[in-house]
Design a protein around this ligand. Structure first.
Ligand code: FES
Length: 102
């Protein structure tokens, strides 16, 4: 997928929440941090858990399986047991829609 694709209305993902999507066969999770959207692949680098099922805390997502934390803005791993970053997916809001590109 090389074009921007609508995945949701901007009002569907409220600040402080996230929502999972499958786009072009890839599971992704879109986060709303204080009105700004960020998107990561929805797969923990430790053991493949869905990050979208985790809790958001202070700009980080906590993996629901073993508790690794990742920076929502950059995908950078913050705490073990994960040691690899999460792939960032380009995201934007455009004409009231959240769009991603992979
Ligand atoms: S699967 Fe995410 S920390 Fe283990």
């Amino acid at each position: 997928m090389n074009e921007w694709t609508d995945v949701a209305s901007v009002t569907d993902i409220r600040p402080g929440t996230c929502q999972a999507f499958v786009a072009a066969g890839v599971a992704v999770v879109v986060f709303n941090l204080e009105g700004h959207f960020f998107c990561l692949e929805d797969c923990c680098s430790h053991d493949g858990a869905e990050l979208s099922s985790g809790e958001m805390d202070s700009g980080e997502i906590i993996c629901p399986r073993h508790g690794a934390r990742f920076d929502i803005r950059t995908g950078a791993v913050c705490t073990p047991p994960a040691y690899e970053n999460i792939q960032v997916v380009p995201v934007r809001s455009n004409n009231g829609m959240v769009q991603i590109k992979q």
